[in-house]
Write a protein that binds this ligand. Structure first.
Ligand code: AMP
Length: 141
């Protein structure tokens, strides 16, 4: 399989360029983390590299390492912010895996004992997502 070209107009590229808004929770020179607007669990966040890459298959090893380093940081903050019992990390690469947005991203989904993953197609309540983003930011400080 050859990896197709990176599309500069994907939605996360637009978020990185500030063309569309996001609930940002963390940013440094190499990554951005923000809230998923279809949360599969309370406080579901995404970590993306700033370098243009479709997914883990064409990302630089440095981007993969840094994204995961920050995913761990967000995960630890989420345990604190949401009193979570665990964290699910997800990453999809290419169509066959279920990838929908073609800019590399890692999902950080806080989990609570006995609570199943939420549906993949139900937009979250924006006020709740904003409030959860603020809790994450506070826990990251
Ligand atoms: P996947 O490519 O399968 O990992 O899915 C893409 C993820 O990005 C889904 O969980 C979407 O809810 C999420 N998503 C799509 N657009 C946005 C957006 N504008 N802001 C935040 N999350 C988004």
């Amino acid at each position: 399989m050859s990896t197709p070209e990176y599309d500069n107009d994907n939605i996360f590229a637009k978020i990185l360029r500030g063309e569309i808004p996001c609930f940002k929770v963390y940013e440094d020179d190499h990554v951005l983390a923000f809230m998923d607007i279809v949360p599969r669990g309370m406080g579901h966040a995404l970590v993306i590299p700033k370098e243009p890459c479709r997914n883990m298959l064409d990302a630089s090893p440095e981007a993969v390492a840094h994204v995961h380093k920050i995913a761990q940081k967000i995960a630890l903050a989420a345990i604190k912010a949401f009193n979570a019992d665990g964290i699910t990390i997800q990453q999809f690469s290419e169509d066959a895996s279920g990838q929908k947005v073609y800019h590399y991203h890692v999902h950080v989904v806080p989990r609570h004992e006995g609570k199943k993953f939420g549906p993949a197609n139900v937009m979250g309540d924006m006020d709740a997502i904003k409030a959860n983003g603020e809790k994450l930011v506070e826990a990251l400080e």
